[in-house]
Design a protein around this ligand. Structure first.
Ligand code: EPZ
Length: 432
């Protein structure tokens, strides 16, 4: 950051009931993969409802680095892959965003080679790619790693049966994109079933792929000769939707999210109801309201879809911190996703972490404080806690929010929140 410039912060004055309707943006965890899938063909693909967030801008840089031409305006992105020459994803981009490795499958499938900087760990713990690489090797790819890069080469990938020893989202997507141009039928067993995978399958089929079983744990991919550019609208972001529903619930408000179907958040909504939040739903919207003094404890365990989404674990812990009774949250997807707990304790929560379990003693009144955001979803959770807290909260390291939430504070303000992004002297809550 330039000398003299002040790190942006979010200043939140809590205690206001949020109410109203927001439209969710397109899903980050789908848009990034659809952009990578564009590499499977030559020509101009069009994506609508693409969120204008930092991670999308980073994937745009990756595609441009490979030689693609990308235009992006008001949610519509055109990706022209006609001039794609390179097959290398550099360290600086991969370090900024792990999802850059999702170009591996498409590049090996189309060009026979991909060289990607090895993604390091992140605040969520080690982020291995062994399942990605093993699958590509089983398809005949030669996997080498040197100088901090992993390189996969293959004259022509061949179809085979691959059993994923964990239903990894990223590995399923990379192998799916590798298999669409492979000779023969590839079967991915124990594949991930997330709605974003279904969205990717829809886009690939519109590009000419032949895929069966989208959304199930068995994907059958009949390889095709070639793919063609296509047009697609990104599905709504279920994690953004869940974040705003919890913001409504913890402030005793009444918030509706539109542009998302409740079926993609079934277990999450079941848990909200079990805490005592009123939830109404119809095919294209979900509404949450409630009185925090009536909320009671619940246990939550994160799991691959259709289990409870790990990306809503932190936000749920805020809700359970004010609910009466003792709740246990178990994180089964990432090794260390409780890094934000100390910050939530600074806001008045009572939480004891023991390995991948967090024991929450609820019925706490949160009070505003200065907190630091360790990652994207933790940032959203701490903002939510600030909305429920008495007094003023100052969020630092808010760049994490910008990676995955489009116009976060504007949407909160439209629901009546008193929140402002500002650069203020350390230690104060500024002019609010
Ligand atoms: C995707 O990450 C999402 N990211 C994550 O969202 C999300 O939390 C995760 O899926 C689970 O739902 C994007 O889509 C860009 P995984 P991904 O492969 O693909 C281990 C957010 O906040 N694993 O299912 O990396 C891995 O270490 C982000 O939006 C292996 O061991 O998830 C992790 O513990 C955070 N070997 C677990 O599996 C592998 O080869 C889940 O990883 C691959 C994964």
């Amino acid at each position: 950051m330039a000398v003299g410039s002040v790190e942006p912060r979010l200043i939140i004055r809590g205690g206001r009931r949020l109410s109203g309707t927001i439209a969710v943006s397109g899903a980050k965890n789908s848009a990034l993969k659809l952009m990578a899938a564009s590499l499977l063909t030559s020509g101009v693909g069009v994506l609508h409802n693409v969120p204008d967030i930092q991670d999308v801008r980073t994937m745009q840089e990756v595609l441009e680095y490979l030689g693609a031409a990308v235009t992006f305006e008001e949610g519509t992105m055109q990706v022209d892959t006609t001039e794609v020459q390179s097959h290398v994803a550099p360290y600086d981009l991969v370090q900024r965003m792990r999802a850059s490795i999702q170009i591996m499958g498409p590049l090996v499938a189309r060009f026979g080679r991909a060289r990607v900087a090895m993604p390091g760990g992140c605040n969520l713990g080690p982020r291995k790619i062994d399942i990605h690489l093993r699958g590509l090797a089983e398809m005949g790819g030669v996997v080498r790693s040197d100088h901090g890069f992993v390189e996969v080469t293959a004259e022509k990938l061949r179809a085979t049966n691959i059993f994923l020893d964990y239903p990894s989202v990223g590995a399923t997507e990379n192998l799916l994109m590798a298999a669409v141009l492979a000779e023969g039928t590839t079967v991915l067993e124990n594949a991930a079933r997330e709605p974003e995978i279904v969205d990717l399958c829809k886009f690939l089929v519109s590009m000419g792929a032949d895929i069966e079983g989208a959304g199930s744990s068995t994907l059958r991919v009949n390889g095709v000769e070639e793919m063609r550019p296509a047009e697609h609208t990104v599905l709504g972001d279920r994690i953004e939707a869940g974040t705003f529903l919890i913001a409504g619930a913890v402030t005793g408000g009444d918030v509706e999210v539109i542009g998302i179907g409740p079926h993609v958040l079934e277990l999450f909504l079941f848990k909200l109801r079990s805490v005592g939040v009123q939830v109404q739903e119809n095919s294209r919207s979900i509404r949450a309201s409630g009185d925090p003094s009536s909320y009671t404890a619940a246990d939550v365990a994160t799991l691959p879809y259709p289990g409870f989404p790990t990306d809503l674990q932190a936000q749920m812990m805020v809700l359970l911190s004010i609910a009466k009774g003792v709740s246990v949250v178990t994180e089964n997807v990432f090794e260390s996703r409780f890094g934000f707990v100390d910050e939530l304790i600074r806001l008045g929560a009572e939480i004891r972490v023991d390995g991948n379990h967090a024991v929450i003693t609820g019925d706490r009144s949160l009070t505003g404080a200065i907190v630091r955001c360790p990652d994207l979803r933790a940032a959203a959770a701490l903002a939510t806690a600030g909305l429920a807290a008495e007094g003023c909260t100052e969020l630092r390291e808010v760049q994490h929010l910008d990676r995955g939430y489009e116009r976060f504070e504007e949407k909160l303000q439209s629901l009546g929140a008193e929140v402002e992004r500002t650069g203020v002297r350390p230690g104060t809550c500024g002019s609010l």
